[in-house]
Design a protein around this ligand. Sequence first.
Ligand code: TXE
Length: 492
Amino acid sequence: MAQQPRNYKMMIGGEFVTAASGKTREIRDPGNGHVVAIVPEGGKEDIDAAVGKARQAFDHGPWKQTSALDRGKLLFRIADGIRANAAKLAELEVLSCGKPLAEAEYDIADAANCFEFYGGMATKIHGETMQVPANSLSFVVREPIGVCGQIVPWNYPLLMSSWKLAPALAAGNTCVLKPSELTPLTALELASILVEAGVPSGVVNIVTGPGPGCGDALSAHPQVDKIAFTGGTATGRHVMNAAAGNLKKVSLELGGKNPNIVFADADFEAAVDGALFGAFANQGEVCSAGSRLLVDRKIHKKFVEAMVKKIPNIKVGHGMTPGVKMGPVVSRLHLEKIEGYVASGIAEGAKLVCGGKRPSDKSLAGGNFIEPTIFDDVTPSMKIAREEIFGPVLAVIPFDTEEEAIQIANDTEYGLAAGVWSRDINRALRVVRELRCGITWINTYHPTFNEMPWGGYKQSGTGRELGLYGIEEYLETKQVNINLDEAPIAWY
Ligand code: TXE
């Protein structure tokens, strides 16, 4: 596993380049702290260069003349390229963001599927004709928006890049993608795949660098027409403010404090599995994590016991170690933030029933590991019930009635996702109807489909990714009106 750090370059205008400043950054394996790669530390100058290339490619390049059919075929080739490099991409995902290999493999397959889904959609983009008064013929055409700035986080590096690039390219835009400074490796590998697939130079530019100085230069850039961002809510607010300068179109996929609601009539074992998977998949570093578990008081104690009994099955370790079910969190800083939340849960009187500390296994001491953690008897006002922890910390809140469950579920500034477990389909649908969030699951948690829209209500963001809705975020709407009457209007 110990490899020589590889030097990467970023891609601007079809060229593989270093940062204008010459600065670089070490990318570390969160499982052991080893340096796995060195990448350019881009900044405003690099963003300016990349936006210039994307602008040129959009306004004057051959891309504009590329047919929808050819754009679709291009996306299929990108999907093939991802599949051909899947093993390498999955390993790099593990070595930079920490997740277990099986989860990374799933993400890479899904990224390829996403390009394929939008490859198919390129030829389905269409306008419409409306009946209008008077002697006119009117129709609507859909056009690409222009240059899209795309900023992605560290928890699903290639997948989030794919969710943004695939619809943007299907619609005919050009892009400047900025991956997270912590996990840029698969985006940089994707650059080579894009070139091989035949993406014209300047159509996609990939600039690596930090939020401040690089991401904010992209959000504020006057030549960028649209900004798409996935990350924390506070950062989303910065991005929206920065985008206001030239009133960019903005889509934001932000955080969540998602309720997973278990009624007493649920299939008990399925709900226990779903609660654990909802909370601990990807180390809990998921915007849609079911981090608040609302359990019917009638089964609450038994339910918590059943979850705790299964915790030893969640083997913690390096993501490349066979059998590991939970890897390290992305950085030491993030680990310390999570530990701060654990301390606050204890201080506020929640009952720590398992985890809450770094594993005792000495071989894991060099990584950012924390045990899967469950707090019971959490009250809705506690910090661990209100703030997004983005780590493997589950807050269990008992409830007595359906109304109370709905009230607690909606009592959050977020509105991303929610789960409902019940054998009573009427109840489940009744509850779903009351939930103020964009993604809901009944008797399951986490499945995410390229075909279905992803995004949140309230402070979980604005706009939708994926599905037919996702491409809307990358299209302008133009009306064309034709006068069928040849006589002058004779108004004056
Ligand atoms: O994310 P940031 P961070 C949440 C999670 C986490 C918190 C902070 O709660 O603990 O956010 O994580 C770029 N202008 N989520 O700090 O800062 C940054 O370089 C423009 C939820 O890692 O949101 C990276 O590419 N860009 C989330 C991206 O924004 C800026 C996933 C995300 O970083 C910027 C990740 C700026 N001023 C964290 N500052 C989800 N919804 O899935 C940073 N960036």
